[in-house]
Design a protein around this ligand. Structure first.
Ligand code: SF4
Length: 486
């Protein structure tokens, strides 16, 4: 059976021939998509369905594994001259399903590729050039080529209005400029598939345009402390060092490293944490009791759920708060978690009154929490004075780590709380049902905004409470360790 290259495989092949070769010749080496990737697929599907609402007289080509069948069904539908969804074309070793084709004039069509992103990316244009090649080689005339993406200026009021949610950007010129190279690319990709596994070194292409599923496999040769883990190192620089044969942090030339990276290198070489007690002591002196260890959980749906919100707007639905009234005192715990499928923000703002009027609000990477509060102040002007007063009280617990006043080689160059916590304490996020923010928002939306059984919803809400509480307990614990150090 001849091999056909789909549009996603075409993009894989342009990103890395080794990835493409593996997709066809060693499929088992490709890990199954994780929950986050599945969620991205699901968003793509639901956004695609909304875009179809723009064409109420559209006809969908039924899905089938049999490419000949879908191609034949498309050819049968074309003479009706109605918008077609998932029109399929298989020709010259290429196969594509076009999201939307709309008839124009007597015999032409406009092509629409639908994406859940908020702008056109180069990879989308390459994808459209590939589709155009396959469709026109099938004898169909295309006029304008569009990338239909989400318009982040859209503000929901009432039911979702697909005409406002989407923006169709004309990329005809850009895609036509790429089109002459498509046939040669397809031929080269077929040769890759038929040949031996290409020997490709890891590089910047491993995350551009997408994070490659084979990263673990291809990067397995790296030492435990590799130059790619140097704190905030520019990828170009790290891969240049690798190409020069410098793989270990220990071997990185000092002249190439920032002050923080030099501290990291010294900690790796000694195997011991680096501690600047004076700097930590000065920072701790800025704490004012009661100290409020605070953390939001948010969701940012592509399709806004509430009136007055825009696509991808961060909407807080939960927070956890541990209040330490005085040094050494056992913290008191408060929390808020929305449970009903309605806008959580008014009730959440009320619950924020538990932050009181004075004392430090301690967060990890406080820019995020302050940004959420600023947005709440804009959206709920009656509470703006109160909310803005909160933002003046923040202190960032990440500072001692991002400033390298404390650095343990076991952090592997990361200052995230998930990496710092297990290094400083006996606790970690391993083994808890919900263990990271992306999972928290996915589970919250599933439990509260979809039709799940009451018991399952109760379990998810309990897991969410445990996760968010762990986040602020982590702040209490890390703060305690820093105080113990000085
Ligand atoms: S990890 Fe990098 S080198 Fe390996 S297959 Fe993926 S893109 Fe290619």
């Amino acid at each position: 059976m001849p091999i056909y290259i789909s549009k996603s495989k075409y993009i894989s092949g342009l990103q890395c021939p080794k990835l493409l070769w593996t997709q066809y010749n060693d499929k088992n080496a490709i890990p199954a998509p994780d929950a986050a990737t599945e969620a991205i697929f699901a968003i793509g599907h639901s956004v695609g369905d909304l875009a179809k609402e723009l064409y109420p007289d559209g006809i969908e080509v039924p899905w089938s594994r049999n490419l000949e069948e879908t191609t034949a069904a498309t050819m049968d539908l074309l003479p009706q001259r109605k918008p077609i969804f998932e029109a399929s074309f298989q020709i010259d070793g290429c196969y594509c399903r076009a999201d939307i084709m709309v008839p124009v004039g007597d015999d032409s069509w406009d092509l629409y590729e639908v994406k859940s992103a908020t702008k056109v990316k180069d990879v989308n244009v390459a994808d459209i050039a590939f589709q155009t090649h396959a469709i026109e080689r099938s004898g169909i005339k295309l006029d304008r080529l569009y990338l239909m993406h989400i318009d982040n200026r859209y503000v929901r009021q009432g039911e979702i209005d697909p005409a406002g949610l989407f923006h169709a950007e004309d990329v005809t010129k850009r895609a036509r400029a790429l089109q002459p190279g498509v046939a040669a690319n397809v031929a080269a990709l077929h040769r890759t598939i038929d040949g031996p596994c290409p020997d490709i070194a890891i590089g910047e292409h491993c995350t551009n345009p997408y994070s490659c599923d084979l990263w673990e496999h291809c990067s397995a040769f790296l030492p435990e402390h590799s130059v790619l883990q140097l704190y905030r190192i520019h990828k170009k620089k790290a891969f240049r060092m690798l190409a020069d044969g410098i793989a270990a942090i220990a071997d990185a030339p000092a002249a190439e490293l920032s002050n923080g990276q030099l501290i990291q290198q010294a900690a790796v070489n000694s195997g011991q944490p680096y501690v600047s007690q004076d700097a930590i002591r000065r920072w701790l002196a800025g704490l004012q009791y009661p100290v409020h260890c605070f953390d939001f959980e948010t969701m940012n749906p592509a399709v806004p759920l509430f009136d007055g919100t825009s696509p991808y707007r961060q909407v807080p639905f939960q927070f956890s708060l541990h209040i330490i009234d005085s040094p050494g005192k056992e913290p008191r715990h408060f929390e808020f978690l929305a449970e009903a499928p309605e806008d959580p923000r008014p009730a959440l703002i009320d619950a924020l009154k538990n932050l009181g009027d004075d004392g430090t609000i301690l967060a990890y990477n406080m820019g995020f929490e302050r940004g959420i509060i600023s947005r709440l102040a804009e959206d709920f002007p009656a509470e703006a004075v109160f909310l803005r007063s909160l933002n003046k009280r923040f202190l960032d617990l990440m500072t001692p780590f991002s400033s390298f006043w404390y650095h343990d080689p076991k952090q592997k160059g990361s200052c995230s709380l998930k990496n710092v916590l297990p290094v400083l304490t006996d606790t970690s996020y391993d083994g808890i049902a919900i263990a990271e923010g992306g999972q928290a928002q996915r589970e919250f939306q599933r439990a509260v905004f979809t039709d799940v059984a009451a018991e399952e919803k109760a379990q998810v809400l309990q897991d969410l409470r445990a996760y968010c509480k762990q986040d602020t307990q982590a702040l209490v614990d890390v703060l305690g360790v820093l105080q113990g150090l000085v």
